[in-house]
Ligand binder design. Structure first.
Ligand code: BG6
Length: 490
């Protein structure tokens, strides 16, 4: 191909606090909604346990309207995967040593907001929370691993979500501002790269997953998203003020679809889905203003956004330094009647693509789509790009001798790294690749441990048993070789 990965390319992996740390109520950490969310599986969704005003406890399905006055509650005897997760809160030094052994140059991780501000509203931060992440960053620095820190990865404090009504309340922008200014000031010299909100477009997924409830939810969701755009833009401005070396990126879930047929109706529907679910966020965060087609979306969904004084200026001046996204799979869009929407992709539901193979969890595997999307994004924005999530979540088997053979994962990652290489040859300015769940962790969609992504196996199971021991999989040794050769030895 001629072109290779640039010198200084950030090879690494990605995690998130709520899916790997555990220690959910230790050292002053406040609860988050996911702490009251149970585990599910391929067919059963993750229910949330809630207490009604008359004291009864009910299980509420994802996207379903919450019963009036109900509060999330932890119920004795139920298993909540986030409570211990994979115990990284106590084992991070061992984990970082393993990442260093693979040769990681970057670790994407997140800071748990409620470790720093337990309810999100306190005027002073929790010192134990600050000390914990300081120690993590120092450990990374000692191993020459650059942190890429997600400021909010699905873990807004419970108090904000329940008592303040969540992100559709403008007040939350100010609370987030206090949180980010605290960490930007605290971790100067230890962190350089930041992401504001994980998969900021995930606010809109009810449209595809729960259309029966979506109509009533969309006004709130678009307002919440607008408030997050403003909060993110203010964070970018604060970061640059506090340390001119700070680089802040957006993080968007890739909704990458193809028209199922060449019927122009399908092509247009596909374009509109991409605008609605993906470019809508990228255009605001990279270009600093809503794109012209936003008006069509607001009209279609009957949205009236409430703007605050200064929002226009914040969005304009708080544009991101780089673009990042998660990429697992693609699906197809059609306007034709009677075609089943049986092709799931991460956060998206579409029609199955007959040209692709599907994983155990029903997600398509499409490395060419990654090259295609990278070209689309770079062609539109021409700012540096990081692929901050990618990977194959599936069952792994521990052999009697303790080894774990995962050629399927190696094959998936190899094909995607080849696609990255091809995109670089196409001219894309790609800076980092941090595959998801580099160490096994709790699945976001199913809550399972069974859906594993890691190079490192964690002995933890869906019934809450296991020793938390870490075991190197075959892919661990393979990825080590890939990094050592800067992506040449695949
Ligand atoms: C992304 C999220 O949507 O996909 C992660 O940012 C998540 O938090 C990842 O874990 C993989 O999804 P899942 O459902 O397989 O864990």
């Amino acid at each position: 191909m001629g072109t290779s990965f640039p010198k200084g390319f950030f090879w690494g992996g990605a995690t998130a606090a709520n899916q790997c740390e555990g220690g959910w109520n230790e050292d002053g950490r406040g609860p988050i909604p996911l702490d009251m969310t149970l585990s599910g599986n391929k067919v059963t969704p993750r229910f949330t346990t809630m207490q009604l005003s008359d004291g009864r406890v009910v299980k509420v399905a994802p996207f379903a309207p919450e019963p009036e006055g109900a509060k999330r509650v932890v119920v004795d005897g139920e298993y909540y995967p986030s409570h211990d997760a994979v115990d990284a809160y106590h084992r991070y030094k061992e984990d970082i040593a393993l990442f260093a052994e693979m040769g990681f140059k970057m670790l994407r991780m997140s800071i748990s907001w409620s470790r720093i501000f337990p309810r999100g509203i306190e005027s002073a931060p929790n010192q134990a929370g600050l000390a914990f992440y300081r120690s993590v960053f120092q450990e990374l620095q000692a191993h020459c691993i650059e942190p890429l820190v997600t400021i909010c990865h699905y873990d807004t404090p419970l108090y904000i979500e329940e008592e303040l009504g969540g992100w559709s309340n403008r007040e939350v922008i100010g609370l987030f501002d206090r949180f980010v200014q605290t960490i930007f000031t605290e971790y100067r010299g230890l962190v350089k790269y930041w992401l504001t909100f994980n998969e900021i477009n995930s606010q809109l997924v009810a449209k595809t997953f729960a259309p029966e409830h979506a109509a009533g939810m969309m006004q709130k969701s678009y307002q919440a998203l607008h408030n997050q755009f403003v909060a993110s833009a203010r964070a970018v401005r604060a970061a640059h003020r506090i340390d001119p070396d700070y680089q802040v990126g957006c993080m968007i879930c890739s909704f990458c679809d193809y028209p199922l047929t060449c019927d122009p109706h399908d092509v247009l529907a596909c374009q509109q889905k991409a605008q609605n679910m993906f470019w809508y966020c990228g255009d605001v965060m990279v270009r600093g203003a809503y794109p012209p087609y936003a008006q069509r979306i607001w009209n279609d969904d009957r949205i009236e956004l409430a703007w605050g004084d200064g929002d226009v200026e914040d969005l304009k001046l708080g544009t991101v330094d780089f673009f990042s996204f998660s990429y697992y799979s693609t699906s197809c869009v059609t306007t034709h009647e009677g075609v089943e929407k049986d092709g799931a992709a991460n956060m998206s539901l579409g029609v199955k693509n007959p040209y692709l193979e599907y994983s155990e969890y029903g997600w398509s595997m499409d490395p060419i789509g990654l090259r295609y999307l990278l070209n689309e994004i770079y062609g539109r924005y021409q700012i540096p790009i990081m692929v901050v999530e990618n990977g194959l979540g599936t069952t792994d088997i521990v052999e009697p001798d303790g080894s774990i053979h995962d050629p399927y994962r190696i094959e998936y990652l190899r094909a995607h790294i080849e696609a990255l290489k091809a995109a670089i040859a196409d001219g894309v300015d790609l800076r980092a690749y941090t595959p998801w769940g580099c160490i096994d962790l709790v699945s976001a969609s199913t809550g399972e441990m069974h859906k594993r992504y890691g190079f490192i196996y964690v002995d933890r199971h869906d019934d809450g048993t296991g020793t938390f021991d870490r075991i190197r999989k075959d892919s661990f040794y393979w990825y080590k070789k890939v990094i050592a050769s800067n992506g040449e030895d695949l």
